[in-house]
Design a protein around this ligand. Structure first.
Ligand SMILES: [Zn+2]
Ligand SMILES: [Zn+2]
Length: 154
């Protein structure tokens, strides 16, 4: 049994529209390679960086995600000989495995926080910053802030 610990660059297009792994960001692999009858069993974890956007408030999200990997790579021709073992490095192509695992684990509607309040449907203000915000005679609260700010400049 061998262990494989290394950092690889993330391939392009690893993710779904709203969130994904930035291309070239470090992917930390911590894997065990175990020769079994018909191939090499690879188990372990990959830690990837995530970048995306909250689907409620559109704030940028950056996070990390740990992915469990378990995959059996078959020897070509099912011949478990020394040559096959020597070709292990070429045999084990983790990219498709990583791709499948990442895409399966990604949230379809990522949130900056579980109870994100989203944005105001009227003015688009971030309700996380201003949960009590409402629309009445005072008008848009963002303009109120701007007015205060210009008042302090005089
Ligand atoms: Zn949010
Ligand atoms: Zn509003």
């Amino acid at each position: 049994m061998k262990t494989l610990r290394r950092t690889a660059d993330a391939p392009a297009d690893l993710g779904i529209g709203v969130i994904g792994v930035p291309e070239g960001s470090p992917v930390e692999l911590d894997l065990k390679l175990e020769a079994v009858g018909e191939g090499v069993l690879v188990t372990g974890t990959a830690v990837v960086a995530l970048a995306g956007e909250c689907t409620r408030c559109l704030r940028p999200i950056s996070d990390t995600m740990e992915i469990d990997i378990q995959e059996l790579f078959y020897y070509p021709g099912n011949e478990p000989d020394d040559e096959a073992a020597r070709n292990e490095a070429e045999l084990i192509n983790l990219e498709p495995v990583l791709r499948d695992a990442v895409v399966l684990d990604l949230p379809f509607a990522p949130l900056c926080q579980e109870d994100c309040l989203g944005i105001c449907p009227i003015c688009g203000a971030d309700l996380n910053d201003d949960p009590d915000h409402g629309h009445d005679e005072e008008g848009d609260p963002r303009w109120g802030t701007l007015k205060q700010w210009s008042a302090t400049q005089d």
